[in-house]
Each structure stands twice: as C-alpha cells, then as structure tokens.
Design a binder for this molecule. Sequence first.
Ligand SMILES: [Fe+2]
Length: 294
Amino acid sequence: MSKVKVFRFAFADFYSQEPENLTEYYTNTMGYRITEEVDGKTYLSNGLDHHNIVITSSNQKGIHRYGYQLDGKLSLDEVQQRLHVQGIQSTLKTDAKPGISNFLEVQDPAGNILELFTDMDQPAPGFGTTGIIPQKLGHVAFYAANYVKTLQFYQKALGFTFTDKIGENFANFLTCNIDHHVINVVASNETRLHHIAFQLKDASHQYASSDLLAKHGRPILWGPSRHTAGHNIATYHHDPDCNVVELFTDMDLLIPELGFYEPRPWHEELPLKPKVWESLSAWGTEFEVDLAKI
Ligand SMILES: [Fe+2]
C-alpha cells in the first residue's frame, strides 16, 4: 500500500511589509523571474516551475507557508484520508491560487502551514541572465516549538528520513530525497524561520555569489565554511527583510539503500553514517556571528 511521500521542497511563501524590496532582491540579486503578480502576491520561478518563491504583501514578515510536492502515487483525497487516520486534519483547496490547482493545506505541530500538492504548472520562464541564479531551492531550517512532535510528523506523516543531528537537542536534519537535508528542525520554544537555503553549482559559483552580494550591499554574515552535518560549503546573508539566506554547494548525498553518504575525501570517517555532530564547521572556523543564535 502506497504511503504519503513528499519528495521535494518546492516553494517558500514569505510575508513581507515591503514586498517591492524583497521582489527586487529575488529578481536582481537572486536572478529569479516573475511569473505572475495577483492579489497582493508575487510569484517567482527559478527556471521551470510556476513558483519557487512567493512574496505576500502583509503587515507581518517571515514565512507565510511552505510548499511540498508529493510523489503522486496517491491522490490528494487518499493523502487526506491517510493523514486523517493519523489524527492530522487537512483541507483540500481547489482553484485557490495560481499555478497549483489542487493542494492540501495542513499545519505541522510547530504551527507552520504547509501546502501539499502533486502537480504544479510549468510555464518555464527560464533562468535569469543576471544575479546569482541558484540551481534550486535546497532546504529550510526553522526553529520549532513542539520539535519532537514536529520531527515525528515529517517522518511518519510525510515520509521524511532522519539523517544527522548537531547536539542532542539542537539541529535535527531530515530529508525527503537523497540530499543530506531538506528540513532542519531547530529545537526551540517558538516557531520561526532560521534560514532558507539555495543550492549553487560549485565553488566558483560560491565565489561569484559573494562578489555579487557585495555589489548589492549584502555582506556575508557567516562563512564560507564547510559544515559538519551535510558537509555543505555555505555562506549566509540577510535578504532585505532580514530573513537569513544560505547559499551552499557540495552537500552530502544519502544512499538510502546503504544507510550512509556517498564517500568524499573530506569525510571524517568512512563510510560516513548519520550521526550526532558537536560543532557547526568542519573547518573549525569561527565567525563574529554565532550561526546557532541568529
Ligand atoms: Fe542550511
């Protein structure tokens, strides 16, 4: 019997008090393309999808909702039934927004609103020609109230796999595909975004992105450094709303059949299996900003 299975973090929808500034950042600095502007929302694409970033005009800021794509082996009605059996309520929304004609709206135990869908329109606006132009939206890290229940929810209800931890009760990494992490759940007594992360193609892209951020007046807050958990080489900066944005390359890839990561020369042990890490930087570098407390 098929299980509910998310396989991709497809979009993040941000509230913004100054949506023009955030839209300018995502178009000119990040190289995303606008696909649609309607009802106080701007939809932006990184090449193919109708939206990978949504900017919602609001008197709030931070995350409005997250979008996750299901593998399509179950209809949304069947997904709704499977979730209901687990005591999880969801609402089927039809023709409620552009780009995704049907989705299930569900709340995770941390209080985040998720949109679960099987199909998104693919207008294929192409990639930008200026700006950073990431390869894809990679992962989200969020502070979570009820983090234990939140971890159970993503694993039992949505089919995620636990990979690494940093500390026993700090960062908890989950994936829904072979990327080391798609979600990083940071234990807290409140729920809010820690950072959102975009994948770059390689080290040269990382250098170029830092130069471009400097030209756009966005200093690097932390990095570049290679993380322990995931081994991604990462930099962090603020978008105009002070959301923290990570740009990374070289993240570990999980081999689910074997239960360890594809071996790399920089791995501390071979084979490298999911484990608990003590620190954030594999290079031992320290920065003025404490990434654990942003
Ligand atoms: Fe990250």
